[in-house]
Each structure stands twice: as structure tokens, then as C-alpha cells.
Design a protein around this ligand. Sequence first.
Ligand SMILES: [Zn+2]
Length: 89
Amino acid sequence: MSTADAHSHLPCQTVVELLTDYLEGALDPATCARVEHHLSLCPPCVTYLDQLRTTMELVGRLPADTLPPDALEELDAAFRGFHPPPAGP
Ligand SMILES: [Zn+2]
């Protein structure tokens, strides 16, 4: 079972932007599969997902786009601390 196009590569930035919806179960199945495929290959994005999930739990049921600015800054700072995989040749 694979509805994801193996050739369509999601950049980390796109995955990060989708993770909130992913955690909320708001993604369509095809997009969800692409995000999960990326996560299976990209440990930094998994770490970001863990931090995002923790933050969402800390703020309760609020969606991430209503997070206080401080929390968003923390996530942003955390993401900058990661080392994305090389872009390739
Ligand atoms: Zn990634």
C-alpha cells in the first residue's frame, strides 16, 4: 500500500509546516503518507515533531497557530539548532 509518490520529495521546511496539521490528524491521507515517509528518513524532523507534540501538550488543546509568540520562538530556535541533511549534489 503506497499512495505516496516516491519521487515527490518534501523539503524539511514543508514537512515542518505540515506537522501541526499532521498531529491534529488534519492532513489528507496522501499528504500524511508523504510526511510519514519524510519522517522515516529524516531524524531531525522527528525530533522537531517530538518537540512540537510536547509543546502542543503543554498548551493543552490549543492549535499551534494560537501558541503564544514565546512558544513559537522557542520552536523556531529549536529548529535552527538542527542540522538538516545535505541537499545533495
Ligand atoms: Zn526533514
